[in-house]
Design a protein around this ligand. Structure first.
Ligand code: DQA
Length: 150
């Protein structure tokens, strides 16, 4: 059965390409989304991709698409480090989730090393640039392959 993955990009990721390119790379969000769609096609996955800056907006998308999706790929941006609302939302949606980051949050400022989201995810992939998302997508697909369909 074809799997559906909801992809959520969090705050400031709309500025990819111009935002701290030394940290987040020179490729834009549009380029990243093209790569994600191509990878999803190869993996026979359907994706719906959104970027929002607001925590509530991300939650609204999660709620709206939760029944369509079999899994969630999320870069929560700075919400990673303190959003218990997003964490509760992921648990509430009941979707297996993979948290991804472009940069290696474990080798940056100490406050970035803490993720309140990771404990409710099946995996965290960080520090591989846009490759983190592609790796995350594959991990989710593999995970879903082993799960009973709902
Ligand atoms: C980020 C890391 C976060 O700490 C930061 O707030 C971001 C981007 C990443 O992809 O490396 O906005 O999630």
């Amino acid at each position: 059965m074809r799997k559906n993955i909801l992809v959520l990009h969090g705050p400031n990721l709309n500025l990819l390409g111009e935002r701290q390119p030394g940290v987040y790379g020179k490729r834009t969000l549009a380029q990243l989304n093209r790569s994600l769609r191509a990878k999803a096609g190869n993996l026979e996955i359907s994706v719906r991709i959104f970027q929002r800056n607001g925590e509530g907006q991300l939650l609204d998308l999660l709620h709206r698409h939760r029944r369509w999706a079999h899994g969630l790929l999320i870069n929560p941006g700075a919400y990673t480090h303190y959003s218990y609302a997003l964490r509760d939302g992921i648990v509430g949606a009941g979707l297996p989730a993979v948290e991804v980051h472009l940069s290696d949050i474990h080798r940056r400022e100490p406050w970035r090393r803490i993720s309140v989201i990771a404990p409710v995810c099946i995996a965290q992939v960080a520090g591989r640039g846009q490759g983190s998302y592609l790796e995350g997508l594959k991990l989710l697909r593999d995970h879903l392959g082993y799960c009973r369909p709902r």
